[in-house]
Design a protein around this ligand. Sequence first.
Ligand code: FMN
Length: 374
Amino acid sequence: MTSSSNISLFDPVQAGDLHLANRVVMAPLTRNRSPNAVPPPIAATYYAQRATAGLLISEATAISQQGQGYSDVPGLYGTEQLDGWKRVTTEVHAAGGKIVVQLWHVGRVSHTDLQPDNGAPVAPSAITAKTQTVLIKNGKPEFVDTSTPRALRADELPGIVHSYEVAARNAVETAGFDGVEIHGANGYLLDQFLRSNSNHREDDYGGSIENRARLLLEVTRAVTGAIGGGKTGIRLSPVTPANDAFDADPQPLFDHVVRQLATLNLAYIHIIEGATGGAREVDGSPFDYPALKAAYREAGGKGAWMVNNGLDKVLAEKALANGADLVAFGRPFIGNPDLVERLRTDAPLNKDDKTTWYGGSEHGYTDYPTLKKA
Ligand SMILES: Cc1cc2nc3c(=O)[nH]c(=O)nc-3n(C[C@H](O)[C@H](O)[C@H](O)COP(=O)(O)O)c2cc1C
């Protein structure tokens, strides 16, 4: 995947096996509207409404019950869940779109209420995340502190890798997704293993950069082995403090990660620049994103380079001119199902309503007006 400086947001692009009609991607957006972890029929409407994006990335979707960290988020580990997703992918494809599912294990960002047998959430080390999760009580979201996790034993890790592999295969073969995105960002399990503040292990999965990156790379190899690198993307957030994520020295860590990923022929690498949903520069955590991309390309990585965070049309075009291949928009897609058309015509954007982000009904979900209806 090479880039030139005169590409437009609306030009098609090939990302691995995925032929995308344009470079505008819908970022993954958790909406907490899937009781019993099953995407409801209205989720199919929601995603199909947004199918003019070059690529839709689904909301984060748990690979196992242990990987669940929030109420009413979807899963990929039960028949009904896969059937629910099949409805979504069928409607998205009928509307001419492409969709991948974001594979999620939250690790320590969970609550005993959501875990198998109300047990402790699992993590690289038994260190509580200073963050909150969302439980839906009587239909209303309630933010609660995460529960104290227990450290995973090394002999449990192959089972976790296997859960990712099974979820990826089911996503493509049964639920009809065009591929998957491995969630390696935002302080969830794989990111917890990467980072010095959450990973204090003394075995082969802790300590050195190579060891802390091991689980993420084992998962990615297992997923690409199951469905092919060309159907696999991965999301990373080198400096976000989301969910109490922190690393003392992120540049060499993430440079190592992308160099290793370069050998796996991935469809794309998805980078959140700065604090997810916040500042694009994080105080005290400078990060050289061009150097990260160069490390990937120098190691032979050919996947599309996707960037996200706080982009508008001007910043997105600048990102393409600076060598990104794809740009992902999150919040703008909540309020604007026809975001691509609005960007193309420089039409004003609807403002999304924060109070309906997590949980609720069709209001704030499928009832945002499009240009034609406005
Ligand atoms: C309501 C909401 C839910 C989100 N859910 C996810 C998620 O499931 N997975 C993920 O990786 N990021 C998630 N994010 C982060 C977004 O994908 C994106 O990185 C962030 O909103 C910044 O992009 P934006 O400025 O274009 O909104 C979420 C953000 C919001 C606002």
